[in-house]
Design a protein around this ligand. Structure first.
Ligand code: TYD
Length: 227
């Protein structure tokens, strides 16, 4: 069996950067590494991703009422789970069976934090769907790159604006802060429940400092599990 690592956190926390840096580091150490992202990572998943993120974008631009059709939170949940089922079956599990290190940008903890703590859907129902969709494949380690929603959203908005997507309304940002604060607290709760698997790293520090902490944590468990 390979080794499975997931990266989690609120928007703009820097997890994707950290995941890429860890990928380079592990490859430099001679590991066979596969990096994937959720939602996405398969042909079906990328199509579903386009649906999910377009609806998000509409909401960002026009607000809930004016977007073409609000996405029902349960429908949204099922779309994330459909993506996951396809990704685990077709990509993650085969790679782990081949002995690879798999890095995943978001996984089941995103669903508990966003759809559960963020949107208020039943956490136990989500956990159950997560188990079915993931075929019981649980990360060996999960890094929660923790940062305040204010810092994360500022980074995310400047990223969007630098791509020419235009500024967002203040009203949306204020709503988003509360939503993302619930998501953040959700992650911290999950970390407190499962301290061995879920490691919280402070994402408001220098990129290189965070990377070093992640590598140090990996070093400790690597000795036991990755070979
Ligand atoms: P993405 O553009 O990948 O954002 P980020 O760089 O922050 O990861 O979009 C992923 C979005 O999907 C993000 O807003 C979180 C959301 N999401 C859920 O709400 N539930 C889930 O189960 C997953 C996997 C993602």
């Amino acid at each position: 069996m390979g080794f499975f690592i997931s990266f989690e956190g609120v928007e703009g926390c820097g997890k994707t950067t950290q995941m890429e840096m860890l990928k380079d580091h592990l490859e430099w150490k001679g590991k066979r590494v596969l990096a994937v992202r959720e939602p996405g990572g398969t042909e079906l998943g990328e199509r579903i991703r386009a649906i999910l993120l377009n609806v998000e974008r509409e909401k960002e631009l026009y607000g809930d009422e004016k977007s073409i059709e609000g996405l029902d939170p349960w429908a949204e949940l099922m779309l994330y789970e459909a993506c996951r089922a396809q990704l685990v079956k077709k990509v993650i599990k085969p790679a782990l069976d081949e002995g690879k290190v798999v890095l995943c940008d978001r996984y089941t903890d995103s669903t508990v934090s966003y759809q559960g703590f963020g949107r208020g859907l039943d956490i136990e129902a989500i956990r159950s769907l997560n188990r079915w969709a993931s075929m019981g494949v649980v990360p060996d380690i999960t890094f929660v790159v923790d940062c305040s929603p204010e810092v994360g959203l500022k980074r995310a908005v400047s990223r969007i604006e630098s791509k020419g997507a235009g500024p967002r309304e203040d009203r949306f940002e204020n709503e988003a802060i509360e939503f993302h604060e619930r998501v953040r607290q959700g992650y911290l709760k999950l970390a407190a429940e499962e301290p061995v698997r879920v490691k919280v790293v402070d994402g408001e520090r220098e990129i290189a400092v965070i990377h070093k902490e992640i590598c140090d944590i990996m070093e400790k468990i690597e000795k036991k599990k990755i070979n």
